[in-house]
Structures are given as structure tokens and as C-alpha cells.
Design a protein around this ligand. Sequence first.
Ligand SMILES: [Zn+2]
Length: 255
Amino acid sequence: MTLMIFLYGMIIGSFLNVCIWRVPRGESIIFPPSHCPNCNTRLKLYDLVPVLSYISTGGKCRYCFNQISTQYPLVEVANGLLYLLIFHKYGFSIDSLIYCLLGSLLLVIGIVDYYSQIIPNEFIITGFGILLILNIKSYTTEPSLLLSGVVGLIIAGGFFLFIAIITAGGMGGGDIKLMAMLGLWLGWKLVLLVMLLSFVLGALGSLILISLKIKGRKDYIPFGPFIGIATLLTVLYGDDIINLYIDFALKGFLS
Ligand SMILES: [Zn+2]
């Protein structure tokens, strides 16, 4: 079973690679079918087997021998692992489905934002779309869920808008929209944790990127990847993090 979920995640990961390449370039993700970006040869089914096809050709296009980025197999493996972690925590449930979709979306957003410093509106609209379709029933039977989401949207979107204004563009419009979407998706409690974690991770990450000289001191460091990682940590370990925090706070209060 574990293997099935991992394989399934990798197959979806292969589709995510298509989205990562095409959406920022304004290309359709359905047509034309997968082709090598260098020689335009249409890829056959056996060229599309996640990771294995990459290994079997030594990371080159089978037709023009152009080197293919290691990003392709890495995204496939990452998405496979992501689905495993989510299923391990939430089992066979609608939550697992929702979080797998969210996780994949954030993986795509994080990589696109890292390389091109934009979060295309298509991704945000997709996120809102998935959320509304999957949650419409719970929203009508459990209005408190919708209320928590709307409050989350206002808090998270509003706070990032506020930062964008006081830093005069230090935070992009994409980040604001992404946080608003996550607020609605996760509700106000969890999105507060996402905000906190994303700032901690952003500070640590920037420090690491600058000290490894991957980014210069004056370079713009995209925030989307940190929001993505913070969300995944919250979805997977949010309860534990909150309990740990309450434990610490209580101990400090009692001693
Ligand atoms: Zn080729």
C-alpha cells in the first residue's frame, strides 16, 4: 500500500513538472502532449515513467541527448514522499485528499516562485477552486468552519498586505493572495501558525542562502517556498507544535 501511494505521488509529480515549466510561460498544461523542451520530440509513455526513465537514460533526452534538469526526478520523489507523510497522518480520508492537493499546489508554487519570483494567478485560482469544490458541503453543514476560514483569510491576507505596504514591496502581491487562500483553507488558528513558522523559516533560510553564497545580501529572496514549507509543517505536525508550545508556556507560567 505504501508503495502504491508513493508511486501515485510520483506520477502526479510528473504532471507537476509540466505545470512548473508551462504555467509561468503561459502555455497550456494539456496541449501539446509532453515533449522535450530542447528538440520538441513528443515523448512516449515509457519516457514518462517517473524517475526510472530519468535513470535509464542517465538524465538525458533519449532523442537529442540534451541534459535534463535533476529537478524533474526530485519533484517526483518529493511529491511521492509528501503523499506518504500525509497518508501516514490522515489515513484514507477526505482530509488526505485535500492536503495532498494542497501540498502539490504548494510544491509547484514554491519552485516557480523560487526561480521566477512570481506566483501566477492560475495557481491561486486553482487553490480557491479546489477548496470550494471539496468544502462546499462542510461549509453548509458547519458554518463555523466557513467563519474560521473567512477570519483566517482576512487575518493572513491583511497582515501580509500590511507588511507589503510598510516595506514598500518587500512582500509581493502573490504572497498576499497565497496567504489569503491559505487562511480560508486552514482557518484562522492554523494559518496563524503558518505565518509564524514562515517568518522563522524565512529568516533562517535567508541566512543559510546568503552564507552559502547562493544568494547575495541584496538579492530578493522569494517568500513563497517558506510559506509552502511552513504550511506543510503545520498540516503534518501543527497539533504537536501547538501542544509543545502550550506545555512550555504553562511550565513557564507555573514555575
Ligand atoms: Zn530532446
